[in-house]
Design a protein around this ligand. Structure first.
Ligand SMILES: C[S@@+](CC[C@H](N)C(=O)[O-])C[C@H]1O[C@@H](n2cnc3c(N)ncnc32)[C@H](O)[C@@H]1O
Length: 211
């Protein structure tokens, strides 16, 4: 995938992971996500969750520990190597004891390789806001298709900053609502004050599939 200025985006992300320039990789699942799952009933056995742009898999493993069949998608082979290493060093029994599991899939999230999966939850921390504008509608269509009716989508994005490079262009005012076009309703939108990811203006969205 190329950015609007022609850079190879996958190579960009691979290089970030190879060189360790990954300030988002804090080792802490954001409190917004932890709180959401503290308030949820235990998911049904076999329920799917997606971690979209999963990086080194910290949050995929968090979802697996909630009892979910968590699938982490990322196109960076470097990131996924670290994710698999993290899962294997955690010990699979820690996940299976909770009834969950974690799988990692190398894929471009603007063409999610799952259709009508019936996932109860999807998470995107810092991926959508880095996608080129022209692929964002296809990304949104993939998330809508993958979720079950009533399924939740938790999204963390930077506000738009047009001067940025390929890493994270951010989202325009009203863009999240427009992309999900009432197929996912916005339940909550909060300024990302508690995020440890960046000092840049950012937001958490919680959406739910309506039908
Ligand atoms: C800022 S990192 C966040 C990683 C992870 N969500 C976390 O919180 O640690 C953004 C991730 O999105 C991935 N990514 C960006 N564009 C992608 C695309 N088109 N397809 C798949 N993954 C992508 C990058 O490789 C990177 O791992």
């Amino acid at each position: 995938m190329q950015s609007e200025n022609g850079q190879d985006l996958r190579a960009h992300w691979d290089e970030r992971y190879r060189s360790g320039q990954t300030p988002w990789d804090t080792g802490i699942t954001p409190p917004e996500v932890q709180r959401f799952w503290e308030e949820q009933p235990k998911p049904a056995a076999g329920a799917f969750a997606l971690d979209i742009g999963c990086g080194t898999g910290l949050n995929t493993l968090f979802l697996a520990r909630q009892g979910l069949c968590a699938i982490g998608f990322d196109f960076s082979g470097q990131a996924l190597q670290l994710a698999v290493r993290r899962r294997d060093s955690t010990g699979r029994h820690v996940l299976t004891d909770s009834g969950g599991d974690a799988t990692f899939v190398q894929a471009d999230v603007s063409r999610l390789p799952v259709d009508r999966l019936g996932a109860v939850y999807a998470l995107d921390i810092g991926c959508l806001h880095s996608l080129p504008d022209e692929v964002r509608p296809a990304y949104a269509a993939g998330v809508i298709r993958a979720l079950t009716c009533g399924g939740h989508f938790h999204l963390y994005v930077f506000d738009r900053n047009i001067s940025d490079g390929p890493g994270a262009k951010g989202m325009r005012e009203g863009e999240v609502a427009a992309l999900f076009d009432n197929k996912l309703e916005i339940l909550a939108e909060e300024i990302g004050v508690s995020s440890t990811l960046a000092s840049r203006p950012s937001r958490w969205f919680l959406l739910r599939k309506t039908s």
